[in-house]
Design a protein around this ligand. Structure first.
Ligand code: ZN
Length: 403
């Protein structure tokens, strides 16, 4: 396949040759060339790696349903109960909602997804199975990893750990944990279950951490200890963790250095919170950082529209980035940063100036989008998009291409 006349990362006008699911050659654009095989017309658009959403709750989505006034209260437990009261009475069955949301994400340029699937004594495996069904439905259009996620804690309600284990037996890719101190109020008990199940089923760990300041650092230190003791380097991700930079300069530095040393990744959803670890410092230290959209217009929040280009704008905006180099770094995080969390064969970003994903030999998961430069594409968020997954065109102009 030939992708004719594109500008990789905004650079020179090029023709890109694909062989199977890989980039085989990148040549200066030749307007006179008469290719024989399949051709994708780039029309001078930007060529970027496709997006990787490494923190999305596909199972709680209300995308495509009538807009609903927000009824959640403060705190994780109150919000969990608000979701529990309402999710079953949505206008459309869960399986359709989840599939429709994933479809919309792919259509907008996301081909790598790490989705949460809430498992507890209320929903049991119903949400997990809906995410599995969507993953299978779009197996040819996107790579999806599923995290079994104790949204309601593990120790608060008897039987939760057994349902979590059942989801791992059924093929969950990642073991989730959440706020070991503030939700279960038993950090050792919580993390013992999380790491034991991860070890038993040989899966990675992803901890959803909303805890504030010193408490968040305390929980993080417990996770660092376990990662080191169990030899789980490269197998742990911290999600949110948006106050780890709030304690002191030296604590921030220590955490970033330990994350780099133990290859602990960070997944952010670009919150407006103060006290975050510096995205520039994390990237310069070689910590894998990925971006996600979190809930999609659900019972938790009215935000989220399945468009990672929008969320990349939010990442740049909440970091107060203005320089092109930093806005482009946000794109690198949203694309290959996340890819490097989902697959450790993908290199960590080498620093602020690294623009990976478009070299010969790289996986042909690609996005063509209109825009003058990568930064202007983040500001304008054009709709003239073409999406490829494993060398196959899967979406064009925000709609799926049915193969
Ligand atoms: Zn989340």
């Amino acid at each position: 396949m030939l992708i004719r006349h594109v500008r990789p990362w905004g650079g020179e006008r090029s023709d890109v040759v694909l062989a199977g699911d890989r980039i085989a050659a990148i040549r200066p654009h030749d307007p006179a060339a008469q290719p024989s095989g399949e051709v994708v017309e780039g029309r001078g658009r930007l060529l970027l790696p496709s997006f990787s959403d490494v923190h999305v709750h596909l199972d709680s989505t209300r995308i495509g349903l009538p807009f609903r006034p927000h009824t959640g209260g403060p705190g994780v437990w109150t919000m969990t109960m608000n979701d529990r009261e309402n999710w079953r009475s949505a206008e459309v069955p869960l399986v359709e909602r989840v599939a429709g949301t994933l479809e919309r994400m792919i259509a907008r340029g996301t081909t790598r997804v790490r989705s949460y699937a809430q498992v507890d004594v209320d929903c049991k495996l119903e949400k997990f199975e809906a995410v599995v069904a969507a993953k299978e439905k779009f197996a040819g259009q996107a790579e999806v990893q599923i995290m079994t996620f104790p949204q309601a804690g593990i120790l608060r309600e008897k039987g939760t750990a057994e349902y979590l284990e059942a989801s791992l037996k059924a093929g969950a890719d990642v073991m989730g944990g959440i706020d070991p101190c503030t939700l279960d109020r038993d950090p050792k008990g919580h993390l013992d279950v999380v790491f034991a199940l991860a070890e038993k089923y040989q899966v990675e760990v992803d901890i959803h951490l909303h805890e504030p300041g010193e408490l968040g650092v305390f929980s993080t230190d417990l996770i660092l200890d376990r990662t080191r003791a169990l030899g789980m380097q490269g197998k742990v991700t911290m999600s949110h963790a948006y106050e780890l930079g709030s304690v002191s300069e030296s604590v921030s530095r220590r955490i970033i250095d330990e994350f780099a040393e133990l290859d602990i990744a960070m997944a952010t959803v670009a919150p407006s919170a103060r006290g975050q670890l510096s995205l520039v410092d994390l990237t310069e230290a070689g910590v894998r950082v990925g971006l996600g959209e979190d809930g999609q217009r659900d019972y938790w929040s009215p935000y989220g529209n399945c468009d990672m280009l929008d969320r990349t704008w939010q990442l740049a905006f909440t970091n107060n980035f203005r320089r092109d180099e930093l806005i482009e770094m946000s794109l690198a995080v949203a694309t290959m940063g996340g890819a490097s969390i989902m697959s450790h064969d993908v290199a960590r970003l080498a620093g602020v100036g690294d623009r990976p994903g478009l070299a010969v030999g790289d996986r042909a998961d690609l996005l063509l989008v209109d825009g003058e430069t990568p930064s202007s594409a983040v500001m304008d968020r054009g709709t003239d998009r073409t999406v490829l997954h494993d060398g196959v065109v899967v979406a064009d102009r925000l709609a799926l291409v049915r193969g």
